[in-house]
Ligand binder design. Structure first.
Ligand SMILES: NC(=O)c1ccc[n+]([C@@H]2O[C@H](COP(=O)([O-])OP(=O)(O)OC[C@H]3O[C@@H](n4cnc5c(N)ncnc54)[C@H](O)[C@@H]3O)[C@@H](O)[C@H]2O)c1
Length: 354
């Protein structure tokens, strides 16, 4: 192998002088991923605020931190970095109250629609916020390693990428999705839209279909999509959250094929969610054997260290790029919007017999 797989980047560097994190929103994802990640990384948490004071108190007790009584008290924390883990519609309620120039991480998605993403972007510009969206899959050990392998030329130029999910997602764990018009692409596949943008840049177009399943009343749980990049690049999603026929042929993978090599990523978290299975990364160079790359962390919670670290390092001048800055994340939202628009359009009609 032209590169030593053990030298692939798998973690984002930590900020040298971590700032106190003020978490706004004390829901499931904060308990399951934000707080475990910050504890693992030794990033200090100043406290948590939630409209539901009981939830904030219970979470603060579990994680031995402070529950702020008011949003103003939370915001007043000296030197704070704000971590908004709110339903997407609530971002626009809280962002205007942050001090101008504040550093803030917003949970994905960046609003419910592209119009809300645009409003968030404009607000961030007006207030000169250092604002990023928590699209953390691209900071996972497996995806950082793939990006590094690409950067170092081990795969050549990417020409074929497939995201393949064939599994059962326990949607009942997310009751807030019931009744929502936009589900699969908006809350799930949006991670994959963001990750393919991180690897390939912005596609010029998308063809998509997204649909429900007889077993559920959720608006969509299955998606197929095809993205236009360069004429010789094929990028496609096949996402089925309803393969309820046992573990044998269930799958959750990204296949990256380049001119000189390929990488296969297994998203273990999604198999048997939420316990999950180990993530996996395999790399091959043309003519060689597939090599499994031991991973230094999982998607959940380790990748959540990356989004917060990049934000804090960028704010301190230690990183030159804020990878999922609102300016960048807006394009992921634009891609999701285009996918929904495409899904609503008819396909090329097939001629009837003469
Ligand atoms: N992989 C990921 O990055 C990932 C995974 C799960 C959820 N999420 C996102 O994280 C966000 C939160 O998800 P969750 O599962 O924790 O939801 P949740 O419903 O469990 O928690 C949201 C919390 O926000 C609080 N809240 C609502 N409006 C508020 C306001 N204006 N001020 C203060 N608190 C307010 C609610 O009381 C609630 O406790 C969602 O946007 C979701 O899409 C991201």
């Amino acid at each position: 192998m032209s590169i030593d797989p053990s030298t692939l980047q798998q973690a984002w560097p930590l900020p040298s002088t971590p700032r106190p994190i003020v978490i706004i929103g004390a829901g499931g994802i904060v308990n399951d991923a934000h707080l475990p990640a910050y504890r693992l990384a030794g990033l200090p948490v100043a406290g948590v605020y939630d409209l539901d004071a009981g939830k904030a108190a219970a979470l603060a007790e579990r994680w031995q931190t402070r529950a702020f009584a008011t949003l103003d008290a939370a915001i007043a924390t000296p030197g704070a970095v704000y971590d908004l883990a709110l339903p997407p519609a609530a971002h626009l309620d809280v962002l205007p109250k942050l001090p101008d120039g504040a550093a803030v991480l917003l949970q994905k998605p960046m609003g419910r629609t592209l119009a809300e993403a645009t409003a968030i972007l404009k607000l961030a510009r007006d207030k000169r916020l250092i604002a990023a969206v928590n699209f953390q899959l691209r900071y996972s050990a497996m995806m950082l390693a793939v990006a590094d392998a690409l950067r170092r030329g081990a795969l050549g130029r990417l020409i074929d990428v497939e995201v393949h999910l064939n599994l059962v997602t326990p949607w009942h764990l997310f009751p807030f999705l019931k009744g929502m018009e936009r589900v699969e692409i908006a809350v799930h596949s949006i991670h994959y839209l963001d990750t393919i943008r991180a690897m390939l840049g912005n596609p010029t177009g998308v063809h998509a279909r997204t649909l429900g399943h007889p077993s559920t009343d959720l608006a969509q749980t299955r998606t197929s999509a095809l993205f236009d990049f360069a004429p010789d690049q094929r990028v496609t999603f096949s996402i089925n959250h309803n393969h309820d026929f046992g573990r044998k042929f269930q799958d959750a993978s990204f296949r990256f094929e380049g001119t000189d090599g390929a990488a296969l990523v297994k998203l273990g978290l999604l198999l048997n969610y939420p316990e999950g299975e180990p993530d996996e990364l395999w790399i091959v160079e043309k003519g060689g054997d597939w090599v499994q790359v031991p991973l230094a962390g999982k998607w959940f919670p380790h990748a959540f260290i990356g989004t917060m670290s990049n934000l804090q390092r960028f704010a301190a001048g230690e990183d030159s790029v804020l990878m999922t800055a609102v300016e960048d994340a807006w394009h992921t939202m634009a891609l999701a919007e285009a996918a929904f628009e495409s899904a609503a359009r008819p396909a090329t009609p097939v001629k009837a017999a003469p």
